[in-house]
Ligand binder design. Structure first.
Ligand code: AHG
Ligand code: MN
Ligand code: MN
Length: 315
């Protein structure tokens, strides 16, 4: 059995980079313990304030942010933390080589019903500054707190998946995740249909038309409402995830955030052979203009992402 430490040693000679991943894995292992007993500890429910995105923070959003902050602050390889839950980037005292951008708790609307949530992170070189394209990432990963706690990672080579064992050790369970090229599964919040653009409407209509429709096959739909769970499924068995620009989110630029949701997920999906796009350009090529910038997100199995791009190219 390969452990996370063994994998990291084989993956990169950069000990500072390794230590950043170890810090995020440590924060996530601590969070897995917190989440497991949160309903007993009375930690479910709202925190009573809103974050910079105008979203009501849950108590566990705040706790998760604090845990990640604690672990990264203790690591001299980290210079800056960008978090969904913090208005401004936090500059640490040391001049570490890396910036971490994180969604400390993704899917928090699912917390009170015991559905999978997660932690997403992106590691960038400090030299590049706060606003770097996704292509500049040096490492990315996410944790899904599901029936098992899974850690998905990419540094230099293949996308690897680890499971947290009962002793707190991360054990490798997938050596090289590969997103199947084709799929019969799509993920989108269909309750937003009235806001959709022509491309999204066209793609989904085509997909639900079944064997005799233009797509020529039957599709199934899955939407967990936690990006981490939807993306883990797509990494393991294929599929496509869409949170496109729609008439309600257009003024904000989209729903999901570029630096700590779209970019790490796009980099992981592409590292496993899938594709990602905003519909108009590759997610990893988007030039960020703000740390909490939002972006349309379409990613997953290559053939399917190309089919959506064809729809966008029409108009
Ligand atoms: P967060 O909990 O960090 O705010 O992110 C929630 C995101 C993402 O996880 C999920 O895919 C999406 O929001 C769900 O959106 P809808 O509520 O519109 O389905
Ligand atoms: Mn999120
Ligand atoms: Mn979040």
């Amino acid at each position: 059995m390969t452990t996370l430490a063994q994998w990291l040693t084989a993956e990169t000679d950069d000990t500072a980079l390794r230590s950043v991943v170890v810090s995020m894995a440590g924060a996530s292992a601590e969070l897995a313990d917190v989440l497991r007993v949160a309903p007993i500890a009375g930690q479910t429910g709202l925190a009573g304030h809103t974050n910079v995105q105008g979203e009501a923070q849950k108590a566990l959003d705040v706790i998760s942010n604090d845990v990640v902050l604690k672990h990264l602050q203790a690591n001299t390889a980290v210079s800056v933390l960008i978090s969904e839950e913090l208005d401004d980037a936090v500059q640490f005292e040391n001049q570490g080589a890396f910036i971490v951008a994180t969604d400390p708790l993704d899917g928090s609307s699912n917390l009170d019903v015991n559905v999978t949530v997660g932690t997403i992170f992106s590691v960038l070189p400090s030299a590049g500054g706060l606003l770097q394209k996704g292509r500049a990432q040096r490492a990315a990963g996410f944790v899904a707190y599901g029936p098992a706690t899974s850690l998905v990672l990419r540094i230099a080579g293949a996308v690897s998946v680890f499971t947290l064992d009962d002793k707190g050790e991360w054990v490798q369970v997938v050596v090289a995740a590969k997103v199947p090229e084709t799929t019969g599964e799509f993920a989108i919040n269909t309750a937003r249909e009235r806001f959709w653009d022509a491309a999204t409407l066209g793609y989904v209509k085509e997909s639900v038309a079944g064997e005799t429709g233009p797509a020529g096959k039957r599709y199934n739909m899955r939407w967990v409402g936690s990006m981490v769970a939807d993306i883990l499924r797509i990494l393991m068995r294929g599929g496509i995830f869409l949170y496109p620009l729609d008439s309600e989110t257009v003024s904000k630029g989209g729903r999901l955030r570029l630096l700590y949701e779209a970019n790490p997920m796009a980099w992981l999906i592409e590292g496993a052979g899938g594709l990602s796009t905003t519909g108009r350009q590759g997610i990893l090529d988007v030039e960020p203009t703000g740390i909490h910038q939002r972006v349309p997100v379409i990613l997953g199995s290559a053939e399917e992402v190309r089919r959506v791009e064809t729809w966008y190219a029409k108009g």
